[in-house]
Design a protein around this ligand. Sequence first.
Ligand code: NAP
Length: 368
Amino acid sequence: MKSVGFIGWRGIVGSVLLQRMIKKNDFNKIKVTFFTTSQFNKYFPLNIKNINKTLHNAYDIEQLLLLDIIITCQGSEYTNKIYYKLRQKGWQGYWLDAASNLRTDDNTIIVLDPVNLDLIKEKIDIGIKTFVGGNCTVSLMLMALGGLFKKNLIDWIFVSTYQAISGAGAKYIKELLLQTNFLHENITDIIHSNKFNILEVEKIITLLLNNKEFPQQYSTIPLVNNVIPWIDKQINNGQTKEEWKGQFETNKILNNKNIIPIDGICVRVPTLRAHSQSFMVKLNKDLSIKNIEDIIQSHNKWVKIIPNDYIYTTKYLTPCAVNRTLNIPVGRIKKLNIEKNCFSMFTVGDQLLWGAAEPLRRMLKLLI
Ligand code: NAP
């Protein structure tokens, strides 16, 4: 039985991974040790059969060296501190990571097995030991468009994302909820009064958003009643880092020698969990809508074509419809007036499952 160290199980990605592993009975197949960077004198809080509840120090290099596999959802800072020290000491174990900093390293593979299982197996065989989960929107896009990529039908992609607040981490979810609550507390009487006037309420909300009591510990602008067309830091070509990842990570996952151009605008919206994305895709041939749908549908069992009508779209193609599921609905597929080989498409996916925890869980399963 492989000995596995689990770091970052308390965070938002780690706790989704933990839930999935419990649900799929993965802990029966490994000898797991839970680590912490802060809860040293505490015990692992859940009851899982046959696990040792003592929490170990995640900075204890000697203890980490004893492990066959380390799976971490702790974040880039932890990875930077520990990963290179372990490798310098000759540690030969497998390192599985949710953080982004090792994705650009030549000796790592970005894992998304429904899309790149053959590549993963090939790299395991030649001794690659570091496997990293991909960016959430990239993984969700590949789950949706995998069939078209596999058949080499894509010339380029432009994407506009609608990314949930969970992508920014637990503290931003809390801030959004505190902001919502602040507005609610201050307008409840007005909403329920007989003198309700929508323009008056809107004016009050605008004033509240600028009130110095408005909860804003982490965000510099309101998260509620807002969309923010900027995610992550600026890079020197006008893109944000999040937008840059689209082309880099997609082509790395697909192991492409000829780079497929991908660009777009990444936008934070005040939904909680699932990400949405709107695409313009240029194909290298003129395929019918039926053809495009068949190719997309046949790629994996999670992708679901949603008919391009109001009822199906509003029922199945929204964040509320996919939260906490592995479904990847794909809809609004239509040819564009702009160019005959271009089509539009909208997709939604749970960014904590296929976007973060699930590819890592499946990679761990592959190794054990
Ligand atoms: P997070 O929720 O901020 O958790 C990270 C760590 O913070 C936890 O493991 C925990 O470590 C510590 N922590 C401190 N106070 C906590 C509290 N009150 N509740 C829970 N944990 C607390 O981080 P994350 O969003 O899961 O991201 C982890 C990594 O995955 C990052 O590198 C991120 O970039 C990457 N990632 C995130 C997403 C996403 O959607 N959020 C998607 C893909 C990849 P200790 O137990 O050791 O204190």
